[in-house]
Write a protein that binds this ligand. Structure first.
Ligand code: GLA
Length: 398
């Protein structure tokens, strides 16, 4: 059952913009995510542990019979966008929200050779550019609107991989974590995402653990200012890998981070990195190796219900993202410290960093006081919330 409160405003906006709704319509909901551990390693092919959250981009979408896509955003900050589906859809100017829609549609049109458009209205309770993956939720929602409009049957793993690639339309050389968790998340669980090949493994979250998200109020625009810094990190990781591979005596065919992990233990890899690399590349490599190791450690702590251990690993991850990866900000550092002072077991920036949000872990008992304490210190109640683990994207025929 779709709550009327969710549908009514969309229906009203639809009728206002497009006139009476066509008979065929779909309600599409795509969740945001908070990454619990494993940042800036998905594009290196290494496993991560995000969780979808009960905050969504919601589309009311109706297929058209021609190749036009029209999409109205109920947030006044974002103007209506429309375009024609064709080969080589030209992007809107850089940073335009409509490019996420174009990226999704282009990738699916290329893959499936289909070209029927849709009229859609969008509502969202997911903060934008807050490190909670509103952009990938938009890509997924637009993709599902196109899939329903064109009666496409696609395996969900294929769709996840396709959309990771599709999002690169905006110019960010991102990994595949966000699209995978948005489509494949399971209620009450975190999701281990492995790559090449893509595999999803739900990990039960102990029922008395709570994850609190705190916004730094600094926007982290993946298709805007943060894009170059992000892409530079991916390049540095490739360079570091290439140097380490040359210097290690490895079996033929080992040419990736995951291949390297299969052959050499984390401590030997760190030694190799220290020996072979200097300066920035040494620190980037150290982050990748230690963060990948922390993902496994954190999974074990979660399985054991070891809240202290999990929190400690999160805080170590933050230090690594701050000191070795240079993607934190003074505001995020301060939030992480404040979270500890207010009773969290650990905290870290989440997602790409350079603004956005932090996530803290605590027990059910301390969640209310942690939220109140952090809201009082900083940003007000709307910027601090308990993130509930949610299931993946859904499509409901109305
Ligand atoms: C962004 C990207 C992801 C991932 C994170 C950092 O959210 O979309 O693929 O690289 O940054 O972990």
């Amino acid at each position: 059952m779709i709550p009327a409160a969710r549908l009514e405003p969309l229906n009203a906006a639809y009728e206002r913009h497009f006139g009476v709704r066509r008979r065929e319509a779909y309600l599409i909901a795509a969740p945001g995510r908070v990454n619990l551990i494993g940042d800036h390693i998905d594009y290196n092919g290494l496993a991560v542990l995000p969780m979808a959250i009960r905050r969504h981009i919601t589309l009311l979408s109706s297929p058209r019979t021609d190749a036009t896509v029209r999409i109205v955003n109920t947030h006044s900050e974002f103007a209506t966008r429309s375009f024609e589906i064709e080969s080589g859809i030209a992007p809107f100017p850089p940073g335009d929200w409509g490019n996420y829609v174009k990226g999704a549609v282009q990738a699916l049109a290329d893959r499936f050779g289909a070209g029927r458009g849709f009229d859609a209205v969008l509502a969202s309770d997911l903060p934008v550019a807050a490190g909670l993956s509103s952009s990938s939720a938009l890509v997924v929602a637009a993709a599902l609107a196109f899939v329903t409009a064109n009666d496409i049957v696609v395996q969900s793993l294929e769709l996840m991989e396709l959309l990771a690639e599709a999002e690169r339309y905006v110019g960010t050389r991102g990994g595949g974590m966000d699209q995978a968790v948005c489509l494949g998340a399971v209620e009450q669980a975190a999701l281990r995402v492995d790559f090449s090949p893509l595999r999803l493994t739900p990990r039960q979250i102990p029922i008395d653990w709570r994850f609190v998200v705190i916004s730094s109020r600094q926007r982290a625009e993946k298709s805007g200012g943060a894009r170059d810094a992000y892409n530079q990190r991916t390049q540095e990781c490739r360079e570091a890998l290439a140097s380490v591979l040359i210097h290690l005596d490895l079996p033929a065919g080992v040419d990736s981070y995951s291949g390297l992990f299969g052959e050499v233990g984390a401590s030997q890899l760190l030694e190799a990195g220290d020996r072979v690399l200097g300066g920035t590349l040494r620190r980037r490599f150290r982050h990748v190796v230690t963060e990948a190791h922390r993902v496994s450690e954190a999974e074990a702590a979660m399985a054991d219900g070891d809240l202290d251990g999990f929190g400690r690993i999160m805080t170590e991850s933050h230090a690594s993202l701050r000191d070795d990866y240079d993607v934190s900000t003074p505001e995020l550092d301060e939030i992480v410290e404040a979270a500890a002072a207010e009773g969290a077991h650990g905290a870290r920036l989440t997602g790409a960093g350079m603004g956005g949000s932090a996530v803290a872990v605590c027990s059910d008992e301390t969640a209310a006081s942690l939220v109140a304490g952090l809201a009082a210190r900083y940003n007000g109640q709307d910027q601090v919330f308990v993130a509930e683990p949610a299931g993946g994207a859904s499509v409901t025929a109305l």
